[in-house]
Write a protein that binds this ligand. Structure first.
Ligand SMILES: C[S@@+](CC[C@H](N)C(=O)[O-])C[C@H]1O[C@@H](n2cnc3c(N)ncnc32)[C@H](O)[C@@H]1O
Ligand SMILES: O=C(O)C(=O)C[C@]1(C(=O)O)C=C[C@@H](O)C=C1
Length: 246
């Protein structure tokens, strides 16, 4: 466990589209910590946000759970709420198998149901909290609205969607600065120029990012009464959308 990410360290003859396969599973904690500015701050805040929005006898969903780091944060935040149940979903079999092992290492009264499933197929029911932590960016853009609509319909009144994404700045010059700051962050974390450029090419076709304005517009269109950005580090941001009429 906790192997160093060297996936893009050697020159590759051709760059395939990035996918969450067994090789990525092996290095995932190292990869995400060294690649996503603010990832640990976001995870640290999740229990607090969960505690605030969880309601008794409801479900909590972690969509695109990878190894279950956000699932554990959700579980920490809902320990005190009677009748909580967590559903964690990922469409990578390799991720789900490792998440199962990872979650077994921590004790809790709250049941967690892990599902290998496409989040586009996931039914959301009686949910007080739904987390999408760096997952929606991997869903084709034209299919994102349907997912947000499904989440909104499945949330109870006063329920919350907690979502983090890599984002695009509206202003091109500002965007260039944020991208450079992100690349400097990767360099400072030991990634080489080759690793940065090969990773960039690998995610280019599979990870299409939206602006914060586009995300908030989508939440509004789905019917959320409130939405805002509660954290941003360079071009990585965490947002909150709340269903009204609690
Ligand atoms: C960047 S990782 C998420 C990190 C994780 N939420 C965390 O906080 O550690 C994105 C995850 O989303 C999953 N994923 C991408 N598209 C998906 C889809 N359509 N359905 C289910 N899972 C998906 C990937 O397999 C991957 O594990
Ligand atoms: O933008 C990048 O370079 C990234 O590595 C981002 C990102 C992400 O945002 O999820 C992409 C894939 C990996 O899961 C880890 C990080």
């Amino acid at each position: 466990m906790n192997q160093r990410d060297t996936i893009f360290s050697k020159p590759l003859p051709s760059i395939s589209d990035f996918c969450f396969d067994q090789n990525v599973v092996e290095v995932f904690p190292d990869m995400i910590n060294r690649s996503v500015p603010g990832y640990s701050s976001i995870l640290q805040t999740l229990p607090q946000l969960t505690q605030r929005f969880v309601q008794p006898d409801t479900r909590l969903y972690d969509l695109g759970c990878s190894l279950g780091s956000a699932t554990l944060a959700l579980r920490k935040g809902c320990e005190q709420a009677e009748g909580s149940e967590i559903i964690a979903v990922d469409n990578s079999q390799a991720m789900i198998e490792r998440a199962q092992l990872h979650l077994q290492g921590f004790k809790s009264q709250v049941p967690v149901h892990l599902r290998c499933e496409d989040i586009r197929e996931t039914a959301i029911e009686n949910a007080s909290v739904v987390v999408l932590n760096f997952t929606l960016q991997f869903v084709p853009r034209e299919e994102r609205m349907a997912i947000i609509n499904t989440i909104f319909s499945g949330l109870v009144k006063g329920g919350a969607l907690i979502i983090a994404e890599k984002v695009l700045a509206d202003d091109d010059a500002i965007n260039d600065v944020l991208v450079d700051l992100h690349h400097d962050f990767k360099r400072a974390n030991g990634y080489s120029e080759l690793e940065i450029s090969q990773k960039r090419a690998a995610i280019e076709n599979v990870m299409k990012i939206d602006s914060l304005a586009a995300h908030h517009q989508r939440f509004k269109e789905a019917g959320f009464a409130h939405s805002g950005t509660w954290f941003q580090c360079f071009n990585f941001a965490a947002m909150l959308a709340i269903k009204g009429d609690r």
